[in-house]
Ligand binder design. Structure first.
Ligand code: GAL
Length: 803
């Protein structure tokens, strides 16, 4: 009996096993070539409660595969001690992907970059004697192999590789080594070969990939990362053309405006990739989420990792991005068999226009591209004229009818609102002592910060005493600092300094006021995420270094860098865990004082009613960290305003994109709203604690809820297929049609107006079809309005969604 059930289990597993192989055209799953659409979702950047919804929306958006990195630093917080709970429950995440019927690309790395603290390396790895990261170095290879093997074995034990019937069809070792390999010379070549062999020897039964790294052994698939990857090919012909990082936007830095990438350009890039022979494509990010706690790298990477992705930071559909890409995915899937069963036939249609035609059996799929970044044009293809907007690709599923054009967004758009909950919070505060207040130690030099704190805190106090003889204007000259330093003399705040994403290390000339006699200088140095990118990141330093000179004294300059310094790692409030319920009870809180540096603030609040995602509006604050019921929602820094003057008036999707092209929010806080996951709150009596470094006004802090209540669609006469309207919230229905006009309406979603030509009686028709429904289709009869002289008639509809 026992043997029989074992045999049955084995049989079931084997029958579910997927064979993953490949040829030059694509990955082959169970003998079938596949177009695979994939999206990056990093599990710790959401909560386990959010995972099912995100995965479901990825599936509805037309994805087949979820890609994630694996975050070594959090999984192995000290050597041999592992952690896989809560947001780090990798097995649970992979199983949820499987339950949704999706596949997985597991990018183990274990170097991940990813705007993650130290690129995902555990901080203790720096302390291993003689270690050099990412090269042919025995200690490094030992720890890397041990972690990668641990993850592979965990997946194997749970039968999660496709070869075992699981969802994982691919795994990645290393990450973009091609960007740094020149720094490591021959040892780098030996390392990459070792990493490949070590991974291959794990026997997962699925292919290993390496991204942005062309010198790979024959059994590894090399893949492309970039804004555009059309025309890119793997080194060997027998490998499929795969794109592992196709950027849907870019991440936000504190002190920098917010990058956006127009969906017309993303769709263009993706369509061009498939046009020119690609078969696996991954959006980086499909859902970006949040850098909770102190996980963000950088330095200066914001807590929001929204990325302008198709699913926003809160897990909501970002429209029309999500929908337009869904339309593209549906079109590509309809052409899958024809596209993958043949080689594209290329022909020129004009100076900047070309066609690629795939034919197989009776099927024919054509891609018509206009890569001119300025001019719309009309091309002749198989004796038919097609108008091609600038910088666009049309996909013709039968080589005749346009099923999709990357520049014509038919999918609905929306207005997202952040509604203040107008909560009246009553705050108390606690002063963080200036300088040494707990355990400390001395050294006759300026210590490197990471070496000293082991990254247990962002903060390190450097304190020393100086004798001032006479008065005059004095200042501290610090040769090199990074990332932030707050300067105090005799407990009095003097000034704050920070470097920036473009100048990582800088010098400081800080005026200070000394009293005659002995003075205590206390410098609070803070890191804002450890370096995640670049060669030899284990050697990059933080904190104060070089000479530190007191200038302006009548007796001449004093070099303080070699005198005795007293150090304290972290803050008193961190030590007392003031952000937890228990810790907060261990001190006496007093009435608030605003605009005061080094202040802890505490309040109790009730969760905003409803199910909409919640954020904390910290616009009135300076810089610090925030916790809800003991969970860190991240670093905040609204006081660091984005550089002015680099934001364009409007963003033109046409032409090559880079992350500095379509910025918004110049002159404003890079991040004002901080996501508070619903699952971290109880209905009543939640604890909110902030640590404020520079000074802010907590009385203006409020909770906001995020919702999409207004949705809009346009249906054009030239592509009169029906257009769908839907409410993005699960519990929402269309409650009202606010606007419906066929003709030449003006304005945009949220502010439509009737144009010179319009039909008034449409609202009723649209209401009948839509009100009370979660979704409805609009297929207007364009003959009902003549509109002489109007170039192209269209129907614009604006509807309200309510729950
Ligand atoms: C890539 C890297 C990713 C991420 C991305 C920028 O170079 O592989 O991990 O850092 O850049 O978001």
């Amino acid at each position: 009996m026992w043997l029989l059930s074992l045999a049955l289990v084995l049989l079931l597993q084997l029958s579910a096993a997927q064979n993953v192989s490949y040829d030059h055209r694509s990955l082959i799953l169970n003998g079938k070539r596949r177009i695979l659409l994939s999206g990056s979702v990093h599990y710790p950047r959401a909560t386990p409660e959010m995972w099912p919804g995100i995965i479901q929306k990825a599936k509805e958006g037309g994805l087949d595969v979820i890609e994630t990195y694996v975050f070594w630093d959090r999984h192995e917080p000290s050597p041999g001690q592992y952690y896989f709970e809560g947001r780090y429950d990798l097995v649970k995440f992979v199983k949820l992907v499987q339950q949704a019927g999706l596949l997985m690309n597991l990018r183990i790395g274990p170097y991940v970059c990813a705007e993650w603290n130290l690129g995902g390396f555990p901080i203790w790895l720096r302390d291993i004697p003689h270690i050099v990261f990412r090269t042919d170095n025995e200690p490094f290879k030992k720890y890397m192999q041990s972690f990668l093997t641990k993850i592979v074995n965990m997946m194997k034990e749970e039968n999660l590789f496709a070869s075992q019937g699981g969802p994982i069809i691919l795994a990645q070792v290393e990450n973009e080594y091609g960007n740094v390999d020149s720094h490591y010379g021959e040892a780098g070549v030996r390392y990459i070969n070792w990493a490949a062999e070590m991974a291959q020897a794990q026997n997962t039964g699925v292919p290993w990939i390496m991204c942005a790294q062309s010198k790979v052994p024959e059994y590894i698939i090399d893949t492309c990362n970039g804004m555009y990857c059309d025309g890119w090919n793997p080194i060997l012909y027998k490998k499929p053309t795969m794109w592992t990082e196709s950027y849907t936007g870019w991440f936000t830095y504190y002190g920098w405006p917010i990058p956006h990438r127009p969906v017309e350009d993303i769709a263009f890039a993706v369509a061009r990739f498939f046009e020119r022979g690609g078969s696996f494509h991954n959006y980086y990010m499909y859902f970006g989420g949040t850098n909770f706690g102190r996980t963000s790298g950088g330095p200066y990477v914001a807590s929001s990792y929204d990325y302008d992705a198709p699913l926003d930071e809160y897990g909501m559909q970002h429209l029309p991005k999500w929908g337009h890409l869904k339309d593209l995915h549906e079109t590509l899937k309809l052409g899958e068999e024809v596209i993958l069963s043949s080689e594209g036939q290329h022909s020129e249609l004009g100076p900047n226009q070309e066609a690629h035609v795939y034919s197989y059996g009776n099927g024919c799929v054509a891609f018509l591209a206009n890569v001119d970044s300025m001019n719309d044009t009309v091309v002749e293809f198989r004796n038919v004229s097609y108008s091609l907007p600038a910088w666009s690709v049309s996909i013709l599923l039968d080589c005749k009818t346009v099923a999709f054009n990357s520049a014509k967004v038919k999918s609905q758009s929306a207005v997202v609102s952040m509604s203040p909950s107008k909560s009246t919070l009553s705050w108390t505060s606690f002063d963080e002592p200036v300088g040494i207040s707990g355990s400390s130690f001395k050294a006759k030099q300026l210590l490197e910060q990471m070496e000293t704190t082991k990254d247990t805190s962002d903060y390190l106090w450097y304190t020393t005493s100086v004798e001032a003889t006479g008065t005059g204007s004095t200042w501290l000259s610090i040769e090199s600092m990074r990332d932030v330093v707050h300067i105090f003399v005799n407990g009095q705040f003097q000034s704050s300094w920070h470097t920036s994403k473009s100048v990582l290390y800088n010098s400081v000339e800080a005026p200070i006021t000394l009293a005659p006699g002995s003075n205590t200088i206390a410098l609070l140095s803070a890191t804002v995420g450890l370096q995640n990118f670049g060669a030899f990141i284990e050697t990059w330093s933080a904190g104060l270094s070089g000479s530190l000179i007191l200038k302006g004294l009548p007796g001449g300059d004093q070099n303080l860098s070699k005198q005795e310094w007293t150090y304290q790692v972290g803050l008193k409030g961190e030590d007392l865990k003031l952000f937890t319920v228990e810790g907060s009870r261990s001190v006496n809180w007093s009435a608030v004082s605003t605009e005061k540096p080094l202040t802890w603030y505490m309040t109790e609040f009730d969760a905003p009613p409803g199910d909409d995602p919640v954020a904390l509006d910290l616009a009135s604050m300076g810089k610090g960290q925030a916790w809800v019921n003991g969970q860190s929602i991240g670093r905040y820094w609204p006081a660091y305003k984005a550089a002015d003057s680099v934001c364009p008036e409007s963003c033109d999707y046409r032409g090559s994109y880079d992350q500095n092209k379509c910025l918004t929010g110049c002159g404003q806080s890079s991040q004002r709203w901080y996501h508070v996951p619903r699952s971290w709150m109880k209905p009543r009596g939640n604890l909110l604690v902030l640590f404020e470094e520079t000074g802010g006004d907590p009385s203006s802090i409020d909770f906001v809820t995020r919702s999409t209540n207004v949705i809009c669609a346009r249906v054009y006469e030239s592509h009169p297929a029906s257009v769908k309207l839907w409410c993005p919230g699960e519990k929402q229905v269309i409650s009202q049609i606010r606007f419906a006009s066929l003709g030449n309406p003006e304005g945009s979603c949220g502010s439509f107006k009737e144009g010179s030509c319009h039909t008034n009686d449409l609202s009723n028709t649209v209401e009948k079809a839509c009100v009370g429904q979660r979704s409805c289709s609009l297929a207007p009869d364009f003959t009902i309005s003549a509109c002489p002289g109007v170039r192209e008639k269209f129907l614009a509809v604006e509807a309200l969604c309510s729950s």
